[in-house]
Design a protein around this ligand. Structure first.
Ligand SMILES: Nc1nc2c(ncn2[C@@H]2O[C@H](COP(=O)(O)OP(=O)(O)O)[C@@H](O)[C@H]2O)c(=O)[nH]1
Ligand SMILES: [Mg+2]
Length: 399
């Protein structure tokens, strides 16, 4: 016997709702995102420094010391292909030892990654003796090849001299110091070509006279690898726009020739922001000047060796701005990362307490000693406006 029409409609509607719910259940994400990860980690409004909030270690997996797995002479150690590296002058030995002692105390005495020192002149015996004594790990001393350090043949030194006069007048720091330009160029594109690093993948860059404040109890390089990260930063600041006035226009020219290098999920909005510091964006012709402060870098050298980056570096090198302006490795690296890398592969190491004068990264954690939680600078108050982490957190999140 046929069911009354009203009942049939009700049954059909119940079936539809049932199928709709089944579809919704299967469409749900496989795992929920933890606060602070992915899009949820984005920070639209900067009400207080996020470093005031308690923070712990980044997500698992975290590789730790177990038994002798990180002992310096263990032939089967858990270390991966990585080095701590530093370009440094003999005269900076005491300042370097300060940095080295801090990093050894907080991290490397547990993991024993090798140190590799670079210099444009040979290291003195004293430098070697005292740095060897500061670690149980292996230490290597390398000279930068002349062809990587010398001013390239296409640079016109008369024009360099004129640029020095003009930009020194505009208060561009270090402009008259030729070696500073050479250093920025080497750190931008040439360090990865040093034969001593040919078989090394990850690096942690360290400068003289920096401080590390927090105990770090996991293998940072393994963390980069396990989490598929390309680059780790710590502090994000604005650059002096006068030092990079043609960097963005040159970048745009390059991108017009190579649109294929622009990565999906890039951070171009971060590079082009003009709301927070419109004056900087204007002087730098469309670049916010926000950059990862590269005296601290933990990175995968495969990125700097990629065709995209090497072509970009060659383009910039030919354009001459490492000498005619004062392009730093920090903005050059940051622009490349913002364009050629997926921004989810860039990590804020909020847990690594750090200082390079005049800025800090000081987490709220019982693992940290010697810095003031959440303090960005101990210099004059105006330096606080140089903090551009709010921009990165807005466009990329706090991962
Ligand atoms: N060997 C060598 N290292 C240099 C030279 N110039 C700078 N450096 C290193 O490059 C890094 C950046 O230089 P630094 O003076 O700290 O610049 P700042 O941090 O921008 O003030 C440091 O690790 C210096 O030791 C140089 O002419 N020779
Ligand atoms: Mg320095």
């Amino acid at each position: 016997m046929a069911l009354p029409k009203g009942i049939r409609i009700l049954a059909a509607a119940t079936l539809c709702i049932f199928f709709y719910m089944v579809v919704q259940i299967f469409k749900a994400p496989e795992s929920l995102e933890a606060p602070g990860s992915g899009k949820l980690g984005k920070l639209d409004k900067w009400t207080k420094d996020p470093q005031l909030d308690p923070s712990g270690e980044p997500p698992e997996p975290l590789r730790r010391v177990e038994g002798d797995n990180y002992e310096p002479n263990n032939p089967n150690s858990a270390r991966i292909n990585a080095t701590i590296l530093s370009l440094v002058r003999n005269e900076e030995l005491d300042d370097l030892l300060q940095s080295m002692n801090d990093l050894e105390r907080t991290w490397n005495h547990k993991f024993n990654y090798p140190w590799t020192f670079f210099n444009d002149v040979p290291f003195t015996e004293e430098f070697k003796k005292r740095t060897r004594a500061a670690t149980k790990a292996a230490v290597h001393y390398e000279i930068v090849p002349k062809e990587h350090w010398d001013v390239p043949s296409w640079i016109n030194m008369d024009l360099f001299g004129e640029s020095v006069s003009v930009l020194t007048e505009q208060k561009v720091q270090y402009m008259p110091k030729l070696s500073y330009h050479q250093m920025c160029r080497w750190n931008s594109g040439l360090f990865v070509k040093h034969p001593a690093l040919a078989h090394t993948q990850y690096y942690w860059r360290v400068e003289p006279k920096v401080h590390f404040f927090c105990d770090v109890d996991y293998d940072v390089f393994r963390w980069m690898q396990d989490h598929n990260k390309t680059y780790g930063f710590n502090i994000n600041i604005y650059d002096s726009p006068e030092s990079v006035t043609t960097l963005w226009p040159e970048t745009r020219k390059f991108m017009a020739d190579h649109p294929e290098y622009l990565k999906e999920n890039n951070a171009i909005e971060w590079l082009q922001d003009k709301e927070r510091r419109p004056g900087h964006n204007k002087l730098a012709h469309g670049y916010s000047t926000c950059h990862f402060w590269s005296n601290f870098e933990i990175g995968d050298m495969a990125f700097w060796r990629s065709q995209a980056y090497q072509d970009y570096f060659d383009h910039l090198d030919r354009a001459g701005g490492f000498f005619y302006e004062r392009w730093g490795d920090a903005p050059v690296h940051s622009i490349a990362l913002g364009l050629f890398e997926d921004k989810s592969k860039i990590h804020w190491f909020r847990d690594i307490g750090y200082q390079h004068i005049p800025f800090f990264n000081c987490p709220n954690s019982p693992k940290c000693k010697g810095c003031v939680t959440g303090r960005f600078t101990d210099g004059e108050a105006w330096l606080n406006q140089e903090d551009c982490r709010p921009l990165w957190f807005k466009y990329a999140g706090m991962d």
